[in-house]
Design a binder for this molecule. Structure first.
Ligand SMILES: Nc1ncnc2c1ncn2[C@@H]1O[C@H](COP(=O)(O)OP(=O)(O)OP(=O)(O)O)[C@@H](O)[C@H]1O
Ligand SMILES: [Mg+2]
Length: 354
């Protein structure tokens, strides 16, 4: 004989794929009926017509169907009442992002550079994937509101987050990672012509309304440069550690380093330097071509009194996997993935615990 308690226990193992918490905690379980091994469960969705309905159904069938004596599982869907939604929203806010101590219990790694196009976003996304693969609960926030690219790099361009209200936006779950980018909030590729105050408003919402849940790491992909926007972001993240991305070319490396100088003036600690596009290795003869020169990033790391964490070559694999939205770091056995996994080890080692 199967009891309702056993069914509820099984349902505790099923997570809402978008909110990332179990269905019982989220109060999504409606009526449960059991008759001679046939189980009927009503699930109260947060939003009627939730796109993840099928996943929830499959996961419940797998969890409950596995119990002894269960012959069939029938699932019907309803919607939470406005009061239930309100309760859920309140419980999701609890203990989470309080404006006064935002990101207090999470290690924030800001990936940035004073220069554009050096590979910040590629590094940020692959680092986040590698941290997650090492068992760290990781989120990635694309703070480059105008030049967003994290959604494309993760293959979630256009995928909308669940928003229970204006202050309760759930990040998108992808490869066990939590992510949010402007590319998830707007539909068209139309250029965004926003002045700094509007961008700040969007960033405020990113910082205070996204319910990341318990994270070990939040990787932030900064916009390029040392202008008003990166400055504002860094002011809001006094406990963040900066990972500076450079390329080896002398002039480029100097411009990249300006962001670190800015961080120093703001008392934001610099974690380390990542040199990207370090060389190209010929696939036939294995000769390394130092297209942009050598030695600059070492010099900058020394000046900043931090380690040069990684020298990542120019690689067709890295570029192709970025374009297809499947970050190379997901492919643990690929030689190019190793650069990001080693980088994640360095980041973990140098994390100042919050
Ligand atoms: N190691 C690498 N090998 C090959 N291509 C790379 C590498 N790193 C980055 N790229 C490519 O270089 C381009 C710029 O990379 P990315 O968008 O990550 O730079 P960014 O610094 O974030 O740029 P922006 O300043 O515009 O935000 C992309 O086309 C990316 O695929
Ligand atoms: Mg970028």
């Amino acid at each position: 004989m199967i009891t309702k308690e056993q069914i509820v226990d099984a349902l505790k193992t099923v997570k809402d794929p978008e909110i990332g918490r179990d269905l019982v905690t989220l109060n999504m379980i409606g009526d449960i009926a059991v008759r001679e091994g046939s189980v009927a469960i009503n699930i109260k969705l947060t939003i009627k017509g939730c796109p993840m309905k099928r996943t929830i159904e499959d996961d419940i069938k797998a969890a409950v169907g596995n119990l002894e004596c269960v012959k069939s599982v029938n699932i019907s869907f309803g919607e939470m009442s406005p009061e239930e939604k309100q309760q859920l929203t309140a419980s999701l806010k609890q203990g989470d992002n309080d404006k006064a101590d935002v990101f207090n219990n999470v290690n924030v790694i800001a990936v940035g550079s004073g220069k554009g196009g050096v590979g910040k976003s590629t590094v940020a996304v692959n680092l986040a994937v590698a941290l997650q693969q090492k068992g760290m609960n990781t989120g990635i926030l694309d703070a480059d509101v105008l030049g967003f690219s994290v959604s494309t790099l993760l293959g979630i361009q256009g995928k909308k987050p669940v928003a229970l209200d204006n202050e309760t936006i759930m990040p998108i779950q992808v490869n066990n990672l939590k992510a949010l980018s402007m590319g998830n909030l707007i539909t068209s590729d139309k250029a965004l012509i926003w002045r700094a105050p509007v961008i700040r408003g969007v960033l405020d919402q990113f910082f205070y309304s996204v319910r990341w849940g318990d994270l070990d790491y939040l990787v932030i992909d900064l916009p390029p440069g040392t202008g008003d926007v990166p400055l504002t972001i860094m002011q809001q993240l006094p406990k963040a550690q900066l990972l500076l991305v450079t390329t080896p070319q002398s002039a480029a490396a100097q411009v990249s380093a300006r962001l670190a100088k800015m961080a120093q003036q703001m008392d934001i600690s610099i974690m380390g330097v990542v040199e990207n596009m370090s060389y190209f290795q010929c696939p036939e003869c294995e000769h390394k071509y130092y297209i942009f020169g050598q030695g600059q990033s070492e010099k900058i790391a020394e000046e900043l009194n931090v380690e040069l964490f990684a020298q990542i070559p120019l690689s067709i694999d890295i570029r192709e996997n970025s374009d297809t939205g499947t970050p190379i770091a997901l492919k643990g056995d690929d030689p190019s993935a190793a650069y990001y996994h080693d980088l994640a080890d360095k980041v973990i080692k140098h994390t100042k615990k919050v």
